[in-house]
Design a protein around this ligand. Sequence first.
Ligand code: PLP
Length: 397
Amino acid sequence: MINELLPPKRILMGPGPSDVHPHVLKAMSTPLVGHLDPAFLTIMDETMELLRQVYQTKNKATMAMSGTGSAGMETVFANLLEPGDQALIGVNGLFGQRMADVAERCGAKVIQVQAPWGEIIQPQQIKEVLSQHKQIKLVAIVHAETSTGVCQPLREISSIAHDHGALFVCDMVTSLGGCPTEIDSIGVDAAYSGTQKCLSAPPGLSPVTFGSRALEAMDKRNTKVQSWYLDLSMIQAYWSEASERFYHHTAPITMIYSLREALRLIADEGIDHVHARHALYGGALQAGLEAMGLKLLVEPAHRLPQLTCVYIPEGVDDLAVRQRLLHKYSLEIGGGLGVFKGKVWRIGLMGYNARQENVTYLLAALEDVLREENGRIQEGAALAAAGQWLKKEAACR
Ligand SMILES: *Cc1c(COP(=O)(O)O)cnc(C)c1O
């Protein structure tokens, strides 16, 4: 006999998935309708409208791909690149590396512009490469690099790319719903995201948005998009606002319910308020960690509020701490990736979790576990520092 499914109740404060909002879970237990039911088509229209609001764009081609964030990555590169095209990719972490890999698999000639993990890509680096290679079709960069906690400034790189006639593409998997994405204002031509980071829905959908320049580039293709499943021209016929919609593949109905509810909650709170809430509690968490005597990876000007990388203190066992947090507090944080494996922890404060109680819980639990694991830390200072930070912020508002 196998018992009824009863997973443990965790608090997910790693790099994603993050905790799902209870209203989203509730929406997911509502009845299924057919994927061409008029009621469902209305739900899709509403989802698209909400997605535009949260992405901060008027792009008509804004929809959810079936699959996780990486499916969105594949969608963008498979639709915009043809074999032989040149693409410039900024690589300062794991997800930049993945973009380069995906673009190469599309047959593109990839030129990487690198920065050390934990630092931003400098606009000047992009400018130099673009002036040496006149044929570059697309410049891609990760907005919120979840492997390091770096927030990449986009505006200057966007105008440099456009000055050279290239498309500007962004990975917004961890930024959407956590910090401003400003697609139209910055001039991002195509972007993709995921549902399980700051949107507080489960993994399974990848919201994408394509602007007019990107759609033009797709119209000018000489070859078919290699992937049938991710060919945007066909997906668009299903997600369009036209009365006649064509079956492409069966939409994951329940996941679209979850996305609609997650976006509705964000729109209801107000997108600016949601961003400010992340900045507020992310800052409080970081102040608390530093007061504990821990060192943060990223310099203050480029820190993401929703994902913080903190160095593991000398002599402390990475896995022992994370296991103890999980067993004693049912609290999940992430380990380091790539060059930072075993060197940092990654702490997420995403979406629904960007709240006072999560800040307090994490700081208290981590302090307790570090004490048990003989980490040399400043005891009893973290919560006061987080409180001080919030008080100071409140006074500025
Ligand atoms: C999580 C993540 C991805 C990949 O998304 P999956 O949902 O794991 O496929 C891509 N880019 C960034 C920046 C991410 O944080």
